[in-house]
Design a protein around this ligand. Sequence first.
Ligand SMILES: Cc1ncc(COP(=O)(O)O)c(C=O)c1O
Length: 428
Amino acid sequence: MSDRYPKGILMPAELTKEIREEKLYYVDHCPMTNEDRLFFDNSGGSFRLKSTHEAFAAVDNLPNCTGHGGVVSDYLDSMRTKATDALRTMFNAQDGCIVTSMTASIIIWDAIQAVIKSVPGTNVVTTELEHPCSYDSVETACKETGKEMRVAHTNKATGSIDPASVIELVDENTCLLSVIMTSNISGAIMDVETIVRECRKIKPDLYVVCDCVQHVPHGLVDMKACPVDAVGFAAYKFGGMRGLGAGWLSKRLSELPHSRLIRERADNWEMGGSAPGSYAQLVAMFDYVCWIGGHFVDTDDKRTLYEEGMNRIAWHERALLDHMLEGTDEIPGVRHIPGVHVISDNPDLTQRDLIVALTFDGKSCTDVAREYEKRGVIVNERVKESLYSARQVLSLGVDGIVRVTPLHCHTLEEIDRFLKITAEIAAL
Ligand SMILES: Cc1ncc(COP(=O)(O)O)c(C=O)c1O
């Protein structure tokens, strides 16, 4: 897959320039404070694509209703088909259905509930690194059904979950495996492919739900290589709007009992008025990645274009990651700044997305995040006091981390600026 460049490779500078100037809003300047800044909190908020905004407005501003017949209504209806095609291509999936909701959390939560409540089995396997939207859903449904919840522990050195520690928990009575693709805390990419393959040797029809929220903006998800039953992601972390979670469900999961109107199709997971503008945004996101791919391969095949685009994003981000970790002779990387520690610093960058967890000697993560902001860098602290990160950070053996998350639009010069500011804060 994206391992051709183990240390990454930057996109051509002209392409980066075009992405920054033409494709995204507010890359280096905050319109609110009216100040230049480095926005390195893309695992939290993330940049918006101009095209998603425009695609949404063009469709959403039409007054017509879907399903009412007529030219415009039919056009609005066609958005769902287009989004379904885009997501199937994006995930390399043949069948199944797409689902949208207000958040990715709702989609992942509901998929987990559906499996635990109606698929036979006496236990459910998950991991310590899950976001609460999956972990708490597993715990809630297990309590309700009396199923045993089994939790695989974090490998502190890699910030990942070793496949063996998941596989040893699965047996022929496991009804569901819920596993995250990339940790939003450590940035580690789980080896979901090996996990799924080996677990299905034990339980061939095992249902798997995969939280892909943090991997989708950084790398490929491939249902042929890694066939799971549900993937969920958040549009706002991938160039789209807030208030839009999206997912893909396998046919068999989509047909499990779930909240739906009695006479609605069994595989429809959306209830009430649909939002064609949201579907249009998903297509615009997909087209953006294909557009990047088109700079490197000459083809009309959408999957090839998407794969190439996503690989180029992953490689560019890996080059930024390598630079942030190592720096140069003149500007030390975070690995070499006295008083700074990189948490779960796996030397194999192919197993990491561009999410870096730092701690600072003698300084709280919250104070460090505010010091960064004073110097024009937006990062985010993930700490044990937050219900969204307590279990995960503690499993890494720390009370909290400063999370640094640039994106593929950033440059080596910006990483250098960040490194100089980091050294300044460490020396305070
Ligand atoms: C790994 C992971 N899963 C799920 C979510 C929840 O996404 P949403 O805000 O769309 O519910 C997040 C949000 O940050 C996340 O990082």
